[in-house]
Design a protein around this ligand. Structure first.
Ligand code: ZN
Ligand code: ZN
Length: 249
């Protein structure tokens, strides 16, 4: 299946050569079916070093990878484990914006490559039963034409050989632009905004939630609440990047 898709991608690449989208590079892309060339992909600001097992935040000074940070120990959140592929820096903010508001379909493969690397290296991924995207509200999805998290989640699920639950979660109301709210406002804004419409799909399972960007983690946390209310045993999260509140302006 993958071999056939790669062969197809190579044919498309030969017919319509693409230029690398990363940081104004413009070189011809040498990775089949992708929009980022291999030199730029390898140079992305991947998150390296020890990270909190629960929130995925990098703590460069930590001497072990098996720890929970102070904030997570206090907060007792519903996300059991998390990882983020890269920091919100270098070409990443522009890539994420292009992905969300422009060339979604193709860049999804590059972003799924990024998340796959983080999931395989940071999570005991063999235990994942299914991958669930953070849902968009129906109206927003209709306006955009696609749910960016689903594009990454489905690509990732295929790479990991796991089920992808496109409608594992739904957004029950439009929460507007979360990025413009301060931390407290974000928590309140998404409270009760998600539901798992088919509990039989998630009950008793270990699920991996996927989103493009995580800032305060409020959205992921509320998604995890809905999945656990429906009977999920473990909820993990993986994103392309995590950005601090300071980047959100
Ligand atoms: Zn490039
Ligand atoms: Zn933490």
């Amino acid at each position: 299946m993958n071999a056939a898709r790669n062969a197809f991608a190579r044919v498309l690449d030969a017919l319509w050569p693409r230029r690398c989208e990363s940081g104004g590079c413009g070189r011809r892309v040498d990775r089949p079916g992708r929009l980022i060339c291999s030199a730029c992909f390898d140079a992305l600001p991947f998150a390296t070093g020890p990270a909190c097992m629960k929130c995925g935040r990098i703590f460069p000074g930590a001497d072990t990878c098996e720890f929970t940070c102070e904030a997570c120990a206090k907060a007792r959140g519903r996300i059991d484990r998390a990882c983020h592929a890269a920091g919100y820096e270098g070409p990443v903010p522009a890539l994420v914006k292009t992905f969300k508001y422009g060339n979604g379909w193709w860049l999804a493969q590059d972003l799924a490559d990024m998340v796959e690397g983080a999931v395989r290296s940071r999570l005991p991924w063999h235990d994942i039963d299914a991958v669930v995207p953070v849902p968009l509200h129906t109206l927003r999805q209709r306006a955009r034409g696609y749910n960016q998290s689903w594009l990454i989640a489905s690509g990732l699920a295929e790479r990991l050989g796991r089920a992808a639950l496109e409608h594992g979660l739904v957004r029950t109301r439009d929460t507007g632009h979360q990025a413009r709210l301060p931390r407290e406002g974000r928590m309140r804004n998404v409270e009760g905004a998600f539901a798992a419409p088919r509990p039989e799909l998630v009950r008793g399972r270990t699920l991996l939630l996927v989103d493009d960007v995580s800032t305060t983690g409020a959205t992921l946390e509320e998604c995890a609440r809905a999945l656990k209310d429906a009977g999920a045993v473990q909820v993990w999260a993986a994103t392309v990047c995590s950005r601090s509140q300071d980047d959100a302006a």
